[in-house]
Design a binder for this molecule. Structure first.
Ligand SMILES: Nc1ncnc2c1ncn2[C@@H]1O[C@H](COP(=O)(O)OP(=O)(O)OP(=O)(O)O)[C@@H](O)[C@H]1O
Ligand SMILES: [Mg+2]
Length: 241
């Protein structure tokens, strides 16, 4: 079976600044990959390319069977298969929790209101927020808002979930709540790519660690590379983390 995500020599520049300088790695079905590395090393850019929020300029990038390096990708098809969650929750403040979660299933999947409501109840229960259906985002803690954002991604029943530093705006207790949800998804077999600064979490949950440095994959392997890095750059990064 082909990987869910496959990058082969992916290149991406912003103007004259080359940010991804030939990045290659793949993620198999059911695997969790953690992207780690210094600020500016290209982690978010790599993740955004996987949801076609950025276009690539070279190499090959296949996500859930969609060849993103080829012209004519149907974005609506890609977005059905991929859920993405960012550091900021980006919830609509004037909509309830349930309405926020129902939006994409209604618009993209053309679900009836009743179907979308059922789906919202189901995914909100999965993230431990069954009782918050009618609340507005401002009535929730940061950790709860982030869990709503995860539920919104799950509501599309994606084949792949992408997470970019989803806990970096949260205090330690709220971080724990959100990480537990992600860990639960991992145990249920969800394929995921997460950009994280939480090294303990990465060690525990990720099957594969991808260390990015200066726009390239500098070192990758199982979680053991966090304990026994092969390159001095990763060793130094871990000491500072
Ligand atoms: N839209 C953009 N326009 C111009 N430059 C950009 C853009 N997005 C990112 N960059 C540049 O690309 C480089 C990589 O950025 P990226 O956000 O991928 O890094 P990162 O590894 O996610 O860092 P951090 O850990 O700080 O989030 C940086 O030098 C950044 O300034
Ligand atoms: Mg980033």
């Amino acid at each position: 079976m082909s990987p869910v995500v496959e990058l082969e020599d992916v290149r991406k520049s912003f103007g004259s600044l080359e940010v991804l300088k030939g990045v290659s790695f793949s993620v198999e079905r059911g695997q969790v990959a953690a992207l780690i590395g210094q600020s500016g090393s290209g982690k978010s850019t790599a993740l955004r390319c996987m949801d076609r929020l950025e276009t690539i300029q070279g190499g090959r990038l296949t996500v859930c069977g969609h060849a993103l390096h080829e012209p004519g990708v149907k974005l609506s098809d890609l977005r059905r298969d991929v859920g993405i969650v960012f550091q900021g929750y980006n919830l609509f403040p004037h909509l309830t929790v349930a309405q926020n979660v129902m939006l994409a299933p209604r618009l993209v999947r053309k679900m009836s209101k009743a179907q979308a409501k059922d789906r919202a109840e189901q995914v909100l229960a999965r993230v431990g927020l069954a009782e918050k259906l009618g609340a507005y985002p401002e009535q929730l803690s940061g950790g709860q808002q982030q869990r709503v954002a995860i539920a919104r991604g799950l509501a599309m029943e994606p084949k792949l979930m992408l997470f970019d530093e989803v806990t970096s705006a949260l205090d330690p207790q709220l971080t724990g709540e959100v990480l537990r949800v992600i860990e639960q998804l991992a145990s249920e077999g969800m394929t995921m790519v997460l950009v994280t600064h939480e090294m303990e979490f990465a060690r525990r949950v990720a099957d594969r660690i991808v260390y990015m440095h200066l726009g390239k994959v500098h070192e990758s392997g199982g979680p053991e590379i966090l304990t026994r890095p092969a390159t001095p750059e990763l060793a130094r990064f871990l000491e500072a983390a």
